[in-house]
Design a binder for this molecule. Structure first.
Ligand SMILES: NC(=O)c1ccc[n+]([C@@H]2O[C@H](COP(=O)([O-])OP(=O)(O)OC[C@H]3O[C@@H](n4cnc5c(N)ncnc54)[C@H](OP(=O)(O)O)[C@@H]3O)[C@@H](O)[C@H]2O)c1
Length: 338
């Protein structure tokens, strides 16, 4: 069988297609034939730096995939051959609060096998059926970006319809968050470096838009758009360049879902801005199987289609990594496995 392999870390990483032995399922495991996978910014970062150790490459990348059950091990009761399934990001996190055990296994990084191969193997509890109306390419975007955005919008703060949520940029997590926020009856403000992307964001439901290049003090603009009150929730994916402004944009008693590091990891923060405004800062790392299931019900109910801005052939995976680095996309980048 074929497998994608990060052969050498770098910017861009060297991704190759290699031959492997086809896996057989152990008791409790399911073998899935991959039909589509999607890239996350995380995959690019892992390809650039690995997990920060020497000898991190080679490894099998990617966490997000859709496929068809090819074989089941002894004792598997949830799935049968031919079922359509998606991978879940933390195979051990089925439900409940996160802890060190639920985060103990993760997909697609050095030391942890990814789904980027013709047949991947996961325990039966680590798979989930995607909404039936989605294509395989759409379903392949849900595992990381979808569940992260779902949790940020629905689990960090108790937001009622009409509350305002601020979204940063138009990448995978932020566009999902826009779609979930609209479905929840929330008012959305989205930022982008591109007016063209902001126009498209309006077309898919954004109420207010701010270009963070032409309006570098976007937090001040967000406050104006909320009559000086501030937004109820910020979905914070920017990191170093954005967290201080997010603290300026959020209302007294509001919340910030800290998710990403698109502009870097280190930032000096005025601590008074956290406690004086009584801000809840919640770190998010994807979510559980139960959150994935709740998200799928909302996707079914509201007929939400993930925004896929480009689909790459299996042999063009390096082009997909390059497209992610160029950041010209909106929503998700998908790679077909067929
Ligand atoms: N903690 C978790 O569980 C988790 C899960 C998923 C993702 N993440 C992290 O969340 C971040 C987003 O991931 P993703 O996969 O959605 O990324 P992505 O699709 O690559 O998003 C790229 C977009 O982000 C926007 N952006 C870049 N720098 C920005 C800045 N300084 N301010 C505002 N927007 C900026 C740009 O939008 P415009 O082109 O519109 O300007 C860019 O096109 C990454 O850091 C990723 O590692 C974390």
């Amino acid at each position: 069988m074929w497998a994608w392999s990060i052969k050498e870390l770098g910017d861009p990483p060297r991704v190759a297609i290699v031959e492997r032995e086809r896996p057989a399922p152990k008791p409790g495991d399911v073998v899935v034939r991959l039909t589509a996978a999607s890239l996350n910014y995380r995959d690019l970062e892992l390809g650039r730096r690995g997990a920060g150790r020497p000898l991190d490459a080679p490894f099998t990348p990617l966490s997000d995939g859709c496929g068809v059950v090819e074989a089941v091990g002894d004792g598997v009761t949830t799935w049968k051959i031919g079922d359509r399934v998606c991978s879940t990001f933390f195979p051990n996190w089925t439900a409940g609060d996160v802890d060190h055990l639920s985060r103990g296994i993760v997909l697609g990084m050095p030391g942890f096998e990814g789904i980027g191969q013709e047949f991947f193997v996961l325990p039966e509890r680590a798979l989930i059926a995607p909404p039936a109306f989605l294509t395989d390419e759409e379903a392949a975007t849900l595992t990381c970006a979808g569940v992260t955005a779902w949790r940020a919008v629905n689990e960090v703060a108790r937001l009622r319809p009409g509350a305002t949520v601020l979204l940063q940029g138009t990448g995978g997590v932020s566009i999902f968050a826009l779609q979930f926020a609209k479905a929840a009856g929330l008012r959305t403000i989205i930022t982008s470096s591109s007016d063209e992307k902001l126009a498209k964001a309006r077309a898919i439901g954004a109420d207010e838009t701010i270009n963070y290049r032409s309006t570098p003090k976007w937090a001040t603009e967000a406050r104006k758009l909320t009559d000086g009150r501030g937004v109820d929730l910020v979905v914070e994916v920017g990191g170093a360049d954005t967290l201080q402004q997010s603290l300026r944009a959020v209302r007294v008693g509001g919340a910030i879902a800290v998710i990403g590091i698109l502009s870097g990891r280190q930032q000096e923060i005025d601590v008074t801005s956290i406690f004086s405004a009584n801000v809840t800062i919640s770190g998010i790392s994807v979510g559980s199987h139960a959150m994935f299931a709740a998200m799928n019900r909302a996707i079914e109910t509201h007929r939400i289609r993930p925004l896929v801005s480009a689909t790459f052939a299996r042999t063009d995976i390096s082009d997909a990594y390059a497209a992610m680095a160029a950041a010209g996309h909106m929503g998700k980048l998908v790679i077909t496995a067929r």
